[in-house]
Design a protein around this ligand. Structure first.
Ligand SMILES: Nc1ncnc2c1ncn2[C@@H]1O[C@H](COP(=O)(O)OP(=O)(O)OP(=O)(O)O)[C@@H](O)[C@H]1O
Ligand SMILES: [Mg+2]
Length: 370
């Protein structure tokens, strides 16, 4: 096991100026994953997650910056000598080999003895529920089964570092939950340093010691899951984690209250102090769905119900704030099934003002809570 340190790693793709208007790739990526920790990289498609993993694996060469595995500078060390195991987004298996041979391949390359190899194959095959498929070729497996074989191949190797690129994306919902829990258990047992890429915010929240949020090739925030959820550094991060995503409402501030599409929302006094110098400005307000409730007494927002989605334990309700403009602001909130409104109902919502987020409309940076 080993720590992994990236220092100012940049990898630029694409044409040379002036033809290239925006350089794709990753820019100035710096972080250190301590030995044995589980870190998750998250961000929109194309933000550079796979490029970071591929650079750590040695499959991509950084344009600049230094990469350390343990205390060793590995910039010049070829991929096969880095003792990292990567599970790719497209889980490339060897098509001519059986599942068992695929699982054994990395171990044979490292001259692990036959008995240990056999034991490890049996353990991972059982763990990932592929033990009945050991004689099949990859072409005879479903996408989800292939993905589990790719994961098993990496686990069987017991490398210094795991690099997992969306390793659960092809599994059905139930298997995905099970495998996620299995990965967490495995990590608690073996403690191999892991860097894990996902789009899935539940995976990010449940698995990570620390989450690295990326956008357009740059780091936006590094923090533990609860901090990322509770104190996101900007609007993008706020809306990326949480299901449904945080509600964002454009508002104008008059010194004591916000105006949202003709409705008035009081601004808590503690927050007024922060906004005072910027009176009359436009802000984006952020409200998490769990902080909105149907209310008969305090009415903060009047809404008209547009969509109702029963989820069993609760109902996800989408509503619009009726305005004269063509694009009415929308909010989503949850309620109990026995409270469920009907489409077209007009009702009042109360919100927990202490939980309000305020973002700079231009930069997206979080102004409150800060
Ligand atoms: N070999 C390449 N040549 C040119 N551009 C590339 C290359 N590989 C990646 N890119 C570009 O670099 C950016 C980052 O790509 P990357 O694959 O790292 O994104 P990602 O975050 O993994 O996205 P996704 O979530 O869709 O997998 C994208 O704009 C992509 O088009
Ligand atoms: Mg990717």
């Amino acid at each position: 096991m080993a720590k992994v340190r990236l220092e100012g790693i940049t990898r630029q793709f694409g044409g040379v100026a002036p033809r290239a208007t925006v350089a794709a790739g990753i820019t100035d990526i710096t972080f250190e994953v301590p030995d044995g920790q589980f870190w998750v990289l998250i961000g929109p498609s194309g933000c550079g997650k796979s490029t970071i993993l591929r650079t750590i694996a040695g499959l991509e060469t950084a344009t600049s910056g230094d990469l350390y595995i343990g205390d060793c500078l590995v910039n010049q060390i070829p991929a096969r000598q880095r003792d990292v195991a990567m599970v790719f987004q497209n889980y490339a298996l060897y098509p001519h080999m059986s599942v068992a041979e695929n699982l054994a391949f990395g171990l044979q390359m490292r001259r692990v003895d036959a008995k240990t190899t056999q034991e490890r194959i049996e353990t991972v095959a059982e763990m990932l529920a592929i033990d009945h498929l050991l004689d099949r070729k990859p072409g005879q497996l479903s996408g989800g089964q292939q993905q589990r074989v790719a994961l098993g191949r990496a686990i069987a190797r017991q490398p210094q570092v795991f690099l997992l690129d969306e390793p659960l994306s092809n599994l059905d919902a139930q298997l995905r939950d099970e495998t996620r829990a299995e990965l967490k258990r495995l990590h608690q047992q073996v403690g191999i340093t892991t860097i894990y890429v996902t789009h899935d915010q539940v995976e990010a929240m449940t698995l990570a010691d620390q989450i690295v949020v990326l956008d357009q090739g740059r780091i936006q925030q590094i923090a533990d899951p609860q901090t990322i959820y509770g104190s996101p550094a900007n609007r993008l991060i706020a809306t990326f984690l949480g299901s449904p995503p945080m509600n964002i409402l454009a508002a104008t501030y008059d010194g004591t209250a916000f105006q949202i599409g003709g409705q008035t929302l009081p601004c808590p006094e503690s927050v007024q102090a922060k906004l005072q110098p910027l009176q009359g400005q436009h802000y984006d307000l952020g409200i998490r769905s769990e902080h909105l409730q149907i209310s008969a007494d305090v009415d903060h927002l009047k809404v008209e119900i547009s969509v109702v989605e029963p989820l069993g334990r609760e109902v996800l309700v989408r509503a619009v704030l009726p305005t004269s403009s063509s694009r009415s602001p929308e909010v989503a909130f949850q309620c109990r099934p026995d409270q469920c409104p009907r489409v077209g109902d007009r009702l009042s919502l109360t919100l927990d003002l202490k939980q309000l987020f305020i973002f700079d409309q231009q930069t997206g940076n979080t102004l409150h809570p800060s």
